[in-house]
Design a protein around this ligand. Structure first.
Ligand code: NAP
Length: 291
């Protein structure tokens, strides 16, 4: 059984981006630039933006973080995005989600120039992904593809069952893996709350991708021996033995599932760290560079 080490693989990617950025700077005379917009005081969002900013620093990117109050009007936020759209030093724009209720998230996503949409959420980029044209792929699913590739697990011809159909994980990973190309070409099923018996689908999985958002949603009994398990979930559960009374777990009952899986991602240290690494890859690409 292989434990897929996302921490190690993401660090390898970040090192590669750092080297590519040094070469890029020598050739072009500038570095990739990424703008973050953080609306409000959501602690998780603050922590994500901090980690992403730190990754930019380590990688040698230029980055700017605009922190604005949760009371900012939608119009002012759109104006701020537009300023970054025309700023030549900024190649990628990331508005940390979720946004306060009075702001239309979809409007904000669509205000970002598709050329600077390093999150890969703009409908123009989603459409390109859907029809198999190279574009900015959403960072978490992109990270899953890289995890499989760098662990030498080829999805071609395999039955991939994705549990969850969100626009940021479930739908895009299903789309990416169904494409007729290398490191894809899988037969893909997407399961969700509409399924009468989720086990009927999960038991057929050669590769199971859990993006559910519920601890222990996927148990050993729901899977077949030899399955490859990619656990996207990040759930905080109470744990009286942990230092602060809680700990992070995925969507998969890791301790029992690892007894039958051929490979599995842990939480933390699996898919999680890949998201930031792929954001760095997308930003380098937005500036005109590549790995
Ligand atoms: P989401 O938007 O809440 O979507 C969850 C999906 O799971 C929905 O499609 C829902 O179905 C489905 N679902 C929920 N309960 C189910 C059940 N009992 N059986 C079958 N399907 C069920 O969540 P998300 O944004 O995709 O995120 C999923 C998890 O991944 C979360 O824990 C999140 O924190 C984590 N995440 C991690 C990263 C990272 O590692 N960097 C990035 C993004 C998300 P319906 O559509 O029918 O409601």
């Amino acid at each position: 059984m292989t434990i897929i080490d996302g921490k190690k693989i993401s660090q390898e990617i970040r090192n590669e981006v750092k080297l590519a950025t040094e070469r890029f700077k020598q050739e072009k005379g500038f570095v990739p630039g990424l703008a973050f917009i953080l609306v409000g005081e959501n602690p998780a969002s603050q922590s994500y933006v901090k980690s992403k900013g730190k990754a930019c620093e380590e990688t040698g990117f230029h980055s700017i973080t605009e922190r604005v109050p949760a009371t900012i009007s939608e119009a002012d936020l759109l104006t701020m995005i537009d300023r970054f759209n025309t700023n030549e030093k900024i190649h990628g724009i990331l508005v940390q989600l979720p946004l306060p209720k009075h702001i239309d998230e979809q409007k904000v996503i669509e205000a970002i120039s598709p050329a600077k949409d390093v999150d890969g959420f703009h409908p123009a980029n989603v459409g390109k992904m859907m029809i198999g044209i190279d574009t900015y792929f959403p960072c978490t699913p992109y990270g899953i593809v890289e995890l499989l590739k760098r662990s030498n697990i080829d999805p071609s011809g395999k039955h991939v069952v994705v549990v969850g159909r969100s626009n940021i994980v479930g739908k895009p990973i299903a789309n990416m893996l169904v494409q007729k190309k290398q490191w894809a070409n899988a037969v893909v099923t997407i399961a969700h709350t509409g399924a009468k018996d989720i086990s009927y689908y999960t038991k057929q999985a050669d590769i199971l991708i859990a993006a559910v958002g519920k601890a222990n949603a996927i148990t050993k009994e729901m899977l077949k021996p030899g399955v490859v398990v990619i656990d996207v979930g990040i759930n905080r559960i109470d744990d009286p033995l942990a230092k602060n009374g809680s700990r992070l777990v995925g969507d998969v009952d890791y301790e029992h599932v690892k007894e039958i899986a051929s490979a599995i991602t842990p939480v933390p240290g699996g898919v999680g760290p890949m998201t930031i690494a792929m954001l760095m890859v997308n930003t380098l690409k937005a500036a005109g560079g590549k790995l």
